[in-house]
Design a protein around this ligand. Sequence first.
Ligand code: B1M
Length: 208
Amino acid sequence: MDLKTIFDNVIEGAAPGVEAGVKEALAAGIGADVILKDALIAAMDEVGARYEEGDIFVPEMLVAARAMQAGLALLKPHLVGADSESAGKVAIGTVKGDLHDIGKNLVAMMLEGAGFEIMDLGVDVSPQAFVKAVEDGAQVIGMSALLTTTMSNMGVTVEALKAAGLRDKVKVMIGGAPVTQEYANQIGADGFAADASSATRVARELVG
Ligand code: B1M
């Protein structure tokens, strides 16, 4: 099965087709990173564009996301390495009000592959839950936001860390489609990453 067929199956929300396609592509020797970028992520970009144009609606977007996650689960063992020594503890979550978790899961997966211990806080994570994670030993807070309406909760979380007297005990890394380096500077985050592989590099720099 070629990458275009996997791409089409994601858009149609056909999880079994995506799973079959990913298995075949891996068996044919296509790299997991190529399948991820050129089929799965490319399909989600197309889904976003079709949603914006009004060609599809939230239910179609949701089934496409589920189909993508099914493919991602099969790629995980190929993307995650076998580093055994912990590179540091990262608490990662999607900010309050935001339910998008595919990018956050991908970042968590790549960080895990780079040897980081991951505390996955899930989606719709309150500033207080991030504060609690720092009290529980997180050295880095990783916040993801996909909506322009929720990214401000990253700044609210930074303020909550300050109010709890914990700001100098943790590094804050942010990312997600609407997030930029300028926004990171504006809210006083320590790092910004545009994608999952640069997130690994940034996290390594942050823990020194
Ligand atoms: Co939503 N959605 N959605 N959606 N959705 C977007 C984000 C949107 C851009 C679509 C569009 O209009 N083109 C738009 C946002 C517009 C805006 O704010 N400007 C949008 C909207 C409007 C909405 C709703 C409001 C729709 C509605 O209900 N009317 C609603 C909001 C729900 C909520 O969160 N409260 C909604 C709902 C949903 C679904 C639930 C149906 C589903 C999510 C399912 C899920 O995640 N489990 C969904 C989806 C699938 C999308 C799109 C199509 C795809 C997102 C995705 O998974 N991309 C998206 C359009 C798009 O992005 N093209 C869209 C693939 C993923 C690998 O990329 O998440 O960007 P991404 O992550 C990247 C980087 O950003 C970065 O690394 C990742 C890997 O490279 N990164 C980090 C991410 N987090 C990081 C953290 C880091 C570092 C890097 O450090 C900690």
